[in-house]
Design a protein around this ligand. Structure first.
Ligand SMILES: *Cc1c(COP(=O)(O)O)cnc(C)c1O
Length: 405
C-alpha cells in the first residue's frame, strides 16, 4: 500500500488556503514545515484540559502536564533510538541546542584547540564556534566539498589532529541536500579522541536517525521542521558527553542545592533545562513524531524522493538552470540558479502563482562563497506535496523565466 496523499493533506488545514488566488503550493519545508491537526490539537487540548507548570507541583494538573511533557521526551528518545530519556534535552530550537554544546565546550578550550566544520554548515552550526574562536582562541578548520556536493572525506581525515576538540557537521545540508557519511565521520573523529556533534535539523525528517548506530556524542533536532511547533528543539547527548559538559543557563530546575556561597547541579537532562521549559511545544513535538510514526517511513521517503526526482528531471531541461548539489543519495532539498535571473525574483514571481520557495543564502554564507554565488532559489519537499504540485511549479518557473529574461 502506498501513501494516501489526499488523506495526508486533509490533516493540514493550511493546505486548504489560497495564495494570490491560487491554491497554495508549499515548497519551503526545509525552512519550516506545516503542522497537522494532530500537533495543533495536542497543544491546544493540553492547554485547555491539563495545563500547569511541570515537575515542581504536587497537584493533579502539574502531575498530568509533567506526565505529558516527560512522555514527549520518551517519544523523542525512541524516535532517534537514544538509550534513555535522560539523553534527551529540550531546547528552544536547533540553534539553542548547538549553542548549549558550544558554550559548554568553550569553557574547556585552550588557545589553539581545533574545531572541525564543513563549508556547508548552517550559520547555527558556525557562529557558536566562531564565538569560541573569538573568545577562547579556538582554530576553525573547514572541510571542503567535492564537485557534486559530497563532503570531501579525505580532506576531513586530514583535518583531524590530536588538537581537535570537536567535529560539528551537518547530517543533511539544508541547501544541497547532501547526506554526510555520519557514522564514518564519527568513527574517524573518535580515533583522535574528538567529540562529534551532528546537526540533524534537516536529517531528522528525511532520514531514519539512529544515534546509537551513528555513535555520535551529540545530535541536534528542531521541532518545526518535523511537522512540529516552533520554540522547541532537541539536544541528544551520550551520558558521558552530557556529564562532561557544564550547565548552559542557570535557573530553576537545573540545580540540586543552592546556598549563599555554593551551588550544585541536577543531573541531565534537567541540568540543561533551566527555567520553565517549552512545555506545550515539547508535547506538540511528541505529537508530531507520533503522527509521523503512523506512516510507513520507507513510503514517506520514497514519496519525497519521487517528488524530488520529478523536479530534478524537469529542471534538467530548463536552459541556463544549474542545480546545486548532486551528491548520491541526497535528500529532497533542491537548490538552483538560473543564469541572468536573481533568485529573489524567481521566488517573488512564483509567489504570484501561490508557490512558496525560498531564495537567499539560506543561512549558509560560507557555502554560497564555496559555490561562487550570492544566493540560490530552493524548493524543498515534504510528505504532503504532490506530483501535480511539482508540475505546476515547473510550469510557473518556465513562465517566470520567460518574463524575466
Ligand atoms: C533550520 C536549521 C537549523 C536551525 O534550527 P532552528 O530550530 O531554526 O534554530 C540548523 N541547522 C540546519 C541544517 C537547519 O536546517
Amino acid at each position: 500500500m502506498s501513501l494516501d496523499i489526499n488523506h495526508v493533506r486533509s490533516q493540514f488545514p493550511i493546505l486548504g488556503r489560497e495564495v494570490n488566488g491560487e491554491p497554495l503550493i508549499y515548497f519551503d519545508n526545509a525552512a519550516s514545515a506545516q503542522k497537522p491537526n494532530a500537533v495543533l490539537d495536542a497543544m491546544s487540548d493540553q492547554a485547555r484540559t491539563a495545563y500547569a507548570n511541570v515537575h515542581r507541583g504536587l497537584h493533579t494538573l502539574a502531575n498530568e502536564t509533567t506526565e505529558a511533557f516527560e512522555g514527549a521526551r520518551s517519544t523523542v528518545q525512541r524516535f532517534i533510538n537514544a538509550p534513555a530519556p535522560a539523553n534527551i534535552i529540550f531546547t528552544k530550537g536547533g540553534t539553542e541546542a548547538i549553542n548549549l554544546v558550544a558554550s559548554g565546550i568553550g569553557q574547556q578550550i585552550e588557545p589553539g584547540d581545533e574545531i572541525v566544520l564543513s563549508v556547508m554548515e548552517h550559520h547555527s552550526n558556525i557562529v557558536p564556534w566562531h564565538f569560541l574562536r573569538e573568545r577562547h582562541g579556538a582554530v576553525l578548520k573547514w572541510v571542503p566539498l567535492l564537485e557534486d556536493g559530497t563532503l570531501d572525506m579525505e580532506a576531513y581525515a586530514e583535518a583531524l589532529t590530536p588538537r581537535t576538540k570537536i567535529v560539528a557537521v551537518t547530517h543533511m545540508s539544508n541547501v544541497l541536500g547532501t547526506v554526510t557519511d555520519a557514522a564514518k565521520i564519527v568513527s574517524l573523529a573518535h580515533e583522535t579522541g574528538a567529540r562529534v556533534l551532528l546537526d540533524g535539523c534537516q536529517a531528522g525528517v528525511h532520514l531514519d536517525v539512529d544515534v546509537r548506530a551513528l555513535g555520535c556524542d551529540f545530535y541536534v533536532l528542531t521541532g518545526h521542521k518535523i511537522y512540529g511547533p516552533t520554540g522547541v528543539g532537541v539536544l541528544y547527548g551520550t551520558s558521558e558527553a552530557l556529564d562532561a559538559l557544564p550547565p548552559y543557563q542557570g535557573g530553576g530546575e537545573m540545580i540540586e542545592i543552592v546556598e549563599q556561597d555554593r551551588v550544585t547541579y541536577n543531573a541531565a537532562p534537567h541540568k540543561f533545562e533551566a527555567g520553565t521549559p517549552p512545555i506545550l511545544q515539547a508535547i506538540g513535538l511528541g505529537a508530531a513524531i507520533d503522527w509521523l510514526n503512523g506512516f510507513a517511513f520507507d513510503q514517506v521517503i520514497q514519496h519525497e524522493e519521487d517528488l524530488h526526482q520529478r523536479a530534478i528531471d524537469a529542471l534538467a531541461t530548463v536552459n541556463g538552470l544549474r542545480v546545486h548539489g548532486q551528491a548520491p543519495g541526497k535528500g529532497p532539498v533542491l537548490s538552483f540558479s538560473i543564469e541572468g535571473i536573481h533568485p529573489h525574483d524567481i521566488a517573488q514571481l512564483l509567489d504570484r502563482y501561490g508557490i512558496a520557495v525560498r531564495a537567499g543564502h539560506h543561512c549558509a554564507q560560507p557555502l554560497m562563497t564555496h559555490l561562487g554565488v550570492s544566493a540560490t532559489a530552493r524548493a524543498s519537499f515534504g510528505i504532503y506535496n504532490t506530483m501535480e504540485e511539482v508540475d505546476a511549479f515547473i510550469e510557473a518557473l518556465l513562465k517566470a523565466r520567460s518574463m524575466l529574461l
